[in-house]
Write a protein that binds this ligand. Sequence first.
Ligand SMILES: Nc1ncnc2c1ncn2[C@@H]1O[C@H](COP(=O)(O)OP(=O)(O)O)[C@@H](O)[C@H]1O
Ligand SMILES: [Mg+2]
Length: 257
Amino acid sequence: MKPDFSPISSIDGPRGRDSAVVAELRDVSKSYGAGNNRVLALNHLSLKVFQGDYLAVMGASGSGKSTAMNILGCLDQPSEGEYWLDRCHTADLNDDQLADLRNRKLGFVFQQFYLLRELTALENVMLPMVYAGVSRALQRQRAEEVLVRVGLGKRLHNRPNQLSGGQQQRVAIARAIINRPVLLLADEPTGALDSTTSNEVMDLFADLNQEGMTIILVTHERDVAERARRIVHFADGRIQEASSPSSAVTRSSRVAP
Ligand SMILES: Nc1ncnc2c1ncn2[C@@H]1O[C@H](COP(=O)(O)OP(=O)(O)O)[C@@H](O)[C@H]1O
Ligand SMILES: [Mg+2]
């Protein structure tokens, strides 16, 4: 299976790409608590994510990364400002519509995989399609294709405890992309993996991005972040600076038409 959005021809210069904004935080603030206990987790944060983007988010603990990811993933709402996902203003949607949006438009990958241990790899990957109302035969076929795509064609019927950490994370990635999301959100996806396995998983993210998948990835690891097309650094609920890792330039020039 290939994600059904076309690859972008240029990664540099947002000009001309505004038509392809997948997600946008507009002047978003988020506070928790009240009075003296009030914490400002996001402070007038603005961020545009373009189709085909691959964004790494770095920043100290407490800088607002998870809060931003929760809003981007429609798991939480801004206190102020707007979040637009695939041309929908998320504040206009009710809980059912948000759940539907999450299932159809977003894919999630976490440090701890969160696979269901009593299900096989194939069954884990089929799950998001159960909720999406796809026929059982098509579920199996698509899940198999995606597992083959992530290199687990021989592991379809293994349960998570029969798989290595890297294999489990690849199952989780297969599950995240099965409904062809417009945006893949990954929070520390290599945090529980050794460096070799981590590299393999990052190769997979790079391949998916080159096939057109839009990705936002939170990481503490510089070498992981440098495989993205751009890096944003969070500090005190804001974006501190933006940069394009040099490796991304090399990679993109290799694939440019
Ligand atoms: N549910 C919550 N209730 C109260 N404070 C929170 C909550 N979630 C996050 N915070 C606070 O918001 C700030 C940003 O947290 P977070 O987004 O988790 O940062 P990061 O992911 O970068 O470590 C921190 O000061 C944190 O303590
Ligand atoms: Mg966090």
